[in-house]
Write a protein that binds this ligand. Structure first.
Ligand code: SAH
Ligand code: SF4
Length: 358
């Protein structure tokens, strides 16, 4: 049986045509799945019974098993999703639950995976591990729906997911078709209808993928995991980074211009490795040279999450201390670069950046 959500709109319309149905049925089916949360064709009251039966014989709507959510003290929730072939991957919901002591439930974001495992093998990351396989378009969309179901289950009528981050397991631009298919579903009016400017795709800098995003007219926000502006250091941190920093920055700028979006550069702050005055100066110079003045830009300094499950090299890495983080931000700001320190969420349930190994 096929996954309904792994199909593009054209695939579903072609299937409907092949069985003598009108294309508008596709819109009705999507309305049931995305707006009315149907997980069973039998519930689709405005479809004729023979069509419902036929669809049920060909497709299943929900293909993932949603494991018991883990809730962190800071309001972060991790949900593991398991596929019929035994592959398990996480989705993290930021600000999903009321943090200890807080009165109001804030609005939430979903941090989605793009692959089970990751082939890039960054030295500091435990989210990756070996690549098991690409997630399908349907699995990515389903992980969003699981996050939305969780948020709605809090019993708050206004509850919704107001942002999506492709910052979970995997490198999204190495699974281009399925990730962009999922982005189309998440942003389509007749489906989930979350505007692309509320979706951020984080990439290690796959230049062909960035160029393709621009050529295909996407308007999601791009976050580039730069970490270091020096090619040799960057290559040590990201062994499979195949493009030079200057090439990555040029592609990112071209995307920001064509999509009219803001660029984010992420830098994991590792003590004595990426947080030194020399490395920060290199970073500032590269951003000033290639980006500033041409497109809006923000640097996110990400406190390094130490993780015993990361590779051998990572066990030598230490997190920068707070004072160094503030000095780093102060320096970049003094060079005219808007810089923030990313809050570290979900550490107690292994859900923070780089901790998403299962
Ligand atoms: N593969 C993509 C997206 C997922 S990783 C990418 O690398 O951009 C999301 C972010 O978490 C990246 O910026 C990544 O560098 C960061 N990250 C990975 N390991 C980390 C760690 N141990 N501590 C803090 N951030 C980490
Ligand atoms: Fe993969 Fe991103 Fe982790 Fe690197 S940081 S191993 S690209 S998930």
């Amino acid at each position: 049986m096929k996954q309904l959500l792994a199909l593009s709109d054209d695939d579903l319309t072609a299937f409907l045509k092949s069985i003598g149905e009108k294309p508008y049925r596709a819109g009705q089916i999507y309305e049931w799945v995305f707006k009315k949360n149907a997980r069973d064709f039998a519930a689709m009251a405005n479809l004729p019974s023979p069509l419902k039966e036929r669809l049920a014989r060909h497709f299943r709507i929900a293909s993932l098993n949603v494991c018991e959510p883990e809730v962190s003290g800071d309001g972060t929730v991790r949900v593991n999703l398991s596929a019929p072939d035994g592959v398990v991957f996480p989705a993290v919901i930021l600000d999903a639950a009321r943090p200890t002591g807080a009165r109001k439930i804030p609005s939430s974001s979903a941090c989605l995976s793009s692959q089970a495992g990751c082939p890039v093998g960054c030295a500091f990351c435990a989210s990756g591990g070996e690549l098991k396989r690409n997630l399908t378009r349907g699995e990515i969309v389903e992980s969003f729906l699981a996050a939305r179901d969780f948020v709605k289950s809090r019993g708050d009528d206004a509850a919704k997911i107001s942002g999506v981050l492709f910052m979970g397991q995997g490198e999204p631009l190495l699974n281009y078709e399925n990730v962009t298919g999922a982005i189309s579903d998440i942003s389509a009016e007749g489906k989930i209808a979350l505007a692309q400017r509320h979706i951020t795709l984080s990439t290690v800098g796959i230049v062909t993928g960035i160029r393709r995003l621009a050529a295909d007219g996407f308007k999601v926000r791009l976050a580039v995991s730069l970490h270091a502006a020096d090619d040799d250091l960057r290559k040590k941190l990201i062994p499979r980074a195949s493009s030079k920093v200057s090439t990555v920055l040029e592609a990112a700028l071209a995307y920001a211009k064509s999509s009219k979006t803001r660029l984010t550069f992420e830098c994991v702050m590792i003590k004595g490795v990426t947080d030194t005055p020399r490395r920060l100066e290199e970073l500032a110079l590269a951003i000033l040279r290639f980006i500033s003045g041409h497109a809006p830009v923000v640097v996110n300094l990400i406190p390094f999450n130490e993780n015993p499950r990361a590779g051998a090299e990572a066990s030598y890495f230490r997190a920068s201390d707070d004072k160094t983080l503030y000095l780093a931000r102060g320096y970049l700001v003094s060079r005219g670069i808007f810089t923030i320190i990313r809050r570290n969420k979900g550490r107690d349930i292994s859900s923070a950046c780089g901790q998403l190994g299962v």
